[in-house]
Design a protein around this ligand. Structure first.
Ligand code: ATP
Ligand code: MN
Ligand code: MN
Length: 370
């Protein structure tokens, strides 16, 4: 039996939300190459191209074995001409010329370094790059006026680019729980984002907060933030109120993929004493580190939608919404699911029910790593 011929026989569905995509998979070399090209496209604000590479990478992540030859890819969805070319090159030569050129390009390196600063997006980074600013140190020297987020991003640059470990996420979770329960007993806190998908490290820690008595969660965030600030746990925070109720567009038509929950983008000051770890800084070692933390508050009735929407991965979410619109004539957001043919909202008390409404097999969080 030739190795891997059976791959061509397996039929693979084309939406990532129809597939199981585990964290560990068999085609890392290929997906790493495609991810670089996706990242480069996103940094160049070419979203369509970025999504095409991400979809191709996600397809490879869902395959049950390693791809050894291009002939094994026949009949598989999601592989565009460009992605196929890159895959073939990597399979034959071990590397892709385009990927190599990209990773060594001054622009790509600078854009990555600059967007690696919290509060800096692709547009701003590109403007700075064109002024000759390539690194955070260049930026520091440039004398540019930075906003509050960017100042914090620059100040804690090295630490914020250090992966957050699972045990750090757990420690942050305990602090968040203390804060939330101090101001609203009975509130429920759920770890979301990459850690809920089983990742061992992340770029931040994400939490979803709700309360079984709908309405009790209103205005919760400012109280939680005050408590955290009083205890010295916050190095930076920006809280945004819930804009869902005032919205005239209606829940089914959010202006973008951004949802309208009350939220807080923050930087925590986490003690590293327990781990006996010291952080090296320009001013010598210290026993705490900065960690990015996102907090989101959801009304209880929207909780399953918020949970599904904030567990990710980003591509999995995008594919869910695309499936809903194109295959089911429904609109899915982190707030609700709307059936456009029956013109009604579909209720759900669990993620399982949302998948069922969408006519999809339930995919557990650990298999949403598309
Ligand atoms: P990492 O480990 O790098 O943090 P992650 O999957 O947790 O990976 P995040 O950027 O923290 O990535 O996002 C977590 C989830 O929250 C994603 O599914 C994303 O779609 C969702 N999300 C992030 N920001 C927003 C936002 N502003 N509005 C709505 N959803 C968001
Ligand atoms: Mn995250
Ligand atoms: Mn996040």
């Amino acid at each position: 039996q030739k190795p891997g011929l059976e791959l061509a026989v397996v039929s693979v569905p084309s939406y990532a939300c129809q597939r199981h995509t585990p964290l560990l998979h068999h085609n890392i070399t290929l997906t790493d190459a495609l991810s670089i090209l996706a990242e480069n496209a996103e940094l160049g604000e070419n979203e369509g191209r970025g999504v095409a590479f991400r979809r191709a990478a996600a397809l490879l992540k869902s395959l049950p074995q390693e791809v050894r030859g291009a002939e094994q890819l026949r009949g598989l969805p999601c592989l565009g001409e460009h992605s196929l070319r890159v895959i073939k090159e990597v399979l034959e030569d071990g590397v892709s010329h385009e990927v190599e050129t990209t990773t060594h390009s001054e622009q790509f390196k600078a854009m990555k370094a600059l967007t690696g600063i919290f509060g800096v997006g692709a547009k701003t980074a590109d403007r700075w790059f064109k002024e000759g600013i390539h690194t955070p140190s260049d930026l520091q020297r440039s004398g540019h006026t930075l906003n509050r987020a960017q100042r914090a991003g620059l100040q804690y640059y090295d630490e914020l680019n250090l992966p957050v470990t699972k045990s750090e996420a757990v420690a942050i979770g305990q602090i968040v729980e203390r804060a939330v329960h101090a101001v609203l007993p009975g509130a429920e806190i759920t770890l979301i984002g990459g850690f809920r998908r089983g990742k061992q490290t992340g770029h931040d820690v994400d939490f979803l907060i709700t309360h079984p008595d709908e309405g009790r969660e209103e205005g919760l965030m400012p109280k939680v933030v005050s408590w955290l600030e009083a205890q010295g746990f916050l190095l930076y925070q920006k809280t945004t109120g819930n804009s869902y109720l005032e919205s005239k567009e209606g829940p089914a038509r959010p202006a973008s993929n951004m949802d309208r929950f009350e939220r807080c983008f923050s930087i925590f000051r986490l003690s590293t004493d327990n781990e006996g770890r010291e952080i090296q800084t320009g001013n010598g070692p210290r026993s705490w580190r900065a960690v990015r933390v996102d907090l989101v508050v959801s009304p209880y009735s929207q909780f399953p939608f918020a949970l599904l929407g904030w567990t990710g991965s980003k591509l999995f979410e995008r594919e869910l919404r695309r499936w809903a619109v194109h295959e089911k004539a429904m609109t899915l957001s982190s707030h609700a699911l709307y059936d456009r043919k029956r013109t009604l909202y579909l209720r759900a008390s669990s993620e399982e029910e949302i998948f069922a409404h969408l006519g999809l097999e339930y995919i557990p969080p650990c298999d949403r790593n598309a």
